[in-house]
Design a protein around this ligand. Sequence first.
Ligand code: GDP
Length: 298
Amino acid sequence: LVRLRQRLAGSQGGLGRGLLALLSRDRLDEDTWESIEDTLLTADVGVTPTRELVEHLRTRLRVEGSPEDARSVLREELLNLVGPDMDRRLQVTGADGNPGVVLVVGVNGSGKTTTVGKISRILVAEDRSVVLGAADTFRAAAVEQLATWGERVGVDVVRGPEGTDPASVAFEAVKEGVATGADTVIVDTAGRLQNKAGLMDELGKVKRVIEKQAPVTEVLLVLDATTGQNGLIQARVFSEVVDVTGIVLTKLDGSAKGGIVVQVQRELGVPVKLVGLGEGPDDLAPFDPGAFVDALLG
Ligand code: GDP
C-alpha cells in the first residue's frame, strides 16, 4: 500500500485528497459540487460514473451532514465505483492436466511484452513452470525483448524468425507447454490495430490453434492508463475481437489518472486484475480496490 501510494502520489493529481478538501468546505454549495464534478471528470472517471457518484455524495452528505463523515462516505462511494466484489484472480492454472494458457493482447506500446515478463516472474516466484510464446512476430524488437525477459526470469521463450505467422509461434509455445507439463503458457501477441477485420483474423487464428491443444484460461487486455479516451476506444475494439477476461492497466505510475479504472471496467464489464506501476521487474501488482482507494485518498 505504501508503494502504491508513493507511485500514485505524483500522478493522480491528488484525486482523493482534492475531493476531500472540497467536501470539507463549510458549505457544500453548487459551486463546490461543480468543482467536485470537474475533479472527477479530469481524473478520467467518466461522465456517467461521475454523475452517479456526485448524486450519492449529495444525498448522503446532506443527510449525514458533518465534514467528519466526508472521508468515510467518500471512501465507501469510491470503493463502490471501483467494484470491490469483482473476481480478480488470474486464471493461470489449466484443467485435465493441461497448462493454463494466458493470451496477452493490446496495442503496441501499451506494455504487453513488459507485462508478460513481469507475470512470468511472479509465477516463477510461486514455483510454477512457465513457457513464453513470442507471437508478436512483426516487431523483431518485441521478440528480443521477450527473450531478454525469459533469460532474466529463467523461463523458456518459444520464438520464430521475424515475420513468422504469430499463430504458429503460439501453437509451438503451447505444444511445448503441454509436452513439458508446464503449469502456464503465456502468449505475447501483436497489437497492430490496422483494422478490426485484420486483428480479428489474426487473434482469432492464434486462439483457434492454441485451443487445438489446450483451452485458453485467461485473455488479458493490456491498456496504457495514460491514453485516456483513446485507450478506451482501443479496448472496445479488442473486446469485440476476443473474449477479454481481465484487464492490465499499465503506467499508472505515470501521468495516468486513476479514474480510468472505473471507466474501463464499466465499458468492458471485465475486472482490472493487475496494475503496472513502473518499468522494473517487480512493478506489477494485483489490483486491490481497497488499497487503490486508500492510496487515492492519501
Ligand atoms: P508492447 O509494445 O505493448 O509490448 O509494450 P512494451 O512492453 O514494449 O512497453 C512499452 C514501454 O512501456 C516500455 O518502455 C516499457 O518499459 C514501458 N512500460 C510498460 N509497463 C509500464 C508501467 O507500468 N509503467 C511505466 N512507467 N512504464 C511501463
